[in-house]
Design a protein around this ligand. Structure first.
Ligand SMILES: [Zn+2]
Length: 484
């Protein structure tokens, strides 16, 4: 008597990511959202049967990608970046324009980001941003898995950070009330979503320079109390290091160490500007790091990924908001690492190591490695099916290298989260795509309209082409617009 399975997958090969072996002609049986069986196909077929079968001898199955650092709604900003403002966009556009967000805009933007991630094989993201309730609702509705936090800032709202690209410095003033409100909102998020099967709430202290030491310690105390992760941008710019030096620390990790904040609960993104002692401190603390090579190259900087990997620091992969497409990002990552760091030290990043970073490596960073990150019996069925019967991937002589160097998101046929097929054959299974597009376009236009003054101040307004049909600025009754 064979046991019924909810879903059976019969691909040409399975990369379990337990190690670098390939399981040829295997089978996966999914039951109640979990992997009930993975292994030899013949033995599997004697154990399990089911009506729902993905049968593709040209496909490879691997664990869904884990994107350890992104902002699902923030690609709205990505389309406004140009060659003049890659570095200053965050300070001159992003921070002020964030004040013109609202719940509905963030929900619409998050839905588009999730769609883009799911079709790229990403099943889990770690996300910090404003309106996290909206993002959590979107994650819930579209069937993804995510760590979600509120991005807590202490810099003053009416007078945001102004960045001077010539000196790479900025000035900042703090408003404790703003950070207190942010923390309260973040705790409300935790209390609302704790225990949800796919949405894991956590804390989002933005960065060491954007919060005072007292607030950073308060937030660390709450992360211990609620037993949740902290997602933080760390050592992301020289300007940040400049700020922590003013507080008497040699660097951002030194500063967080002096505050007693380095721990397994901390997940740091970027971590570019680190000295040797900071790499060792971070590794010894058990904290995780999100390696985000593309956005850092856009900021003309690069993490010491070779030294970091050698130190034993836990590293996951992150796309930040530039792209949700992990396969596309793999190319930037592997070519840049082998060029930038390879030139310095002879370092070579292997395709397997990169895929590991983007699966089980990320799961370890986010504290989810007991439930996701590998294809193993008992784990949640977060899987991606990649069909390699395409012009640019023949001949497929090595699955790991083919995926990293050649495969594209269009080769992904199925994305499965907790046993549910959420994306199949080019379409989202969990939402009406036309509706997501229409709502995204409409709300993005409204939002850019609300930010018109800011765009004019930043000298970017003239670059928005007439087809965009920017509405007239609504000055009364609408949401607050940036700095006043
Ligand atoms: Zn970020």
């Amino acid at each position: 008597m064979r046991e019924p399975a909810d879903l059976i997958v019969r691909p040409g090969a399975i990369l379990t990511m337990v190690d670098d072996s390939v399981l040829y002609d295997g089978m996966i049986a999914v039951k109640d959202g979990r992997i009930a069986y993975v292994g030899d196909r013949q033995a599997g077929e004697e154990l399990y049967e089911g009506d729902r079968v993905i049968d593709d001898s040209q496909a490879v199955v691997l664990p869904g990608f884990v994107d350890t650092h992104t902002h699902l709604g923030a690609h709205f900003f990505g389309t406004m970046i140009d060659e003049e403002n890659v570095i200053t966009a965050v300070y001159d556009l992003w921070f002020p324009m964030e004040f013109a967000w609202d719940h509905e805009t963030m929900h619409a933007a998050s839905c588009l980001g999730i769609w883009d991630a799911l079709r790229s094989g990403v099943t889990t993201v770690a996300n910090d941003q404003y309106y996290p309730q909206a993002t959590a609702e979107a994650v819930d509705a579209l069937g993804m898995r995510a760590l979600v936090s509120y991005e807590i800032n202490e810099f003053s709202a009416p007078m945001p950070v102004r960045y001077d690209p010539a000196s790479r410095k900025y000035s900042i003033s703090f408003d404790r009330r703003r950070a207190e409100e942010g923390l309260a909102e973040n705790i409300a998020l935790i209390e609302t979503w704790q225990g949800h099967p796919r949405v894991t709430p956590c804390l989002g202290p933005h960065a060491p320079d954007l919060l005072s030491g007292e607030m950073l310690q308060r937030i660390a105390g709450e992360s211990e109390k609620y037993d949740v992760k902290m997602l933080m941008h760390i050592a992301q710019s020289q300007a940040e290091v400049e700020q922590v030096r003013k507080r008497g620390a040699e660097g951002s990790i030194h500063y967080l160490d002096s505050l007693g904040i380095l721990s397994r609960r901390l997940q740091g993104a970027h971590m570019v500007w680190l000295d040797d002692a900071e790499i060792a401190l971070a590794a010894a603390s058990g904290m995780g790091m999100s390696w985000t090579p593309t956005i850092m190259m856009a900021c003309q900087s690069y993490a010491r990924i070779d030294d970091i990997l050698n130190s034993g620091l836990r590293v996951g992969f992150g796309t930040d908001c530039f792209s949700m497409d992990v396969l596309e990002e793999f190319r930037y990552a592997i070519y840049s690492a082998n060029f930038v760091r390879g030139l310095k030290s002879g370092f070579r990043l292997r395709a397997y190591d990169l895929i590991r970073m983007a699966t089980i490596g990320g799961a370890i960073c986010l504290g989810l490695d007991d439930s996701i990150g590998t294809v193993e019996t008992g784990k949640l069925a977060d899987l991606v099916v990649v069909n390699l019967d395409d012009a640019q991937v023949i001949p497929n002589t090595n699955y790991f290298e083919t995926l990293v160097y050649r495969a594209k998101a269009r080769n992904i046929t199925h994305t499965i989260v907790g046993g549910e097929v959420v994306y199949a054959d080019g379409h989202l299974c969990t939402a009406d795509e036309a509706e997501l597009l229409e709502r995204g376009r409409r709300l993005a236009t409204d939002w850019v309209g609300r930010s018109k003054d800011l765009l004019a101040q930043a000298g970017t307004l003239g670059r928005i082409q007439p087809h965009f049909e920017l509405p007239e600025l609504v000055s009364d009754g609408g949401p607050a617009v940036g700095p006043k």
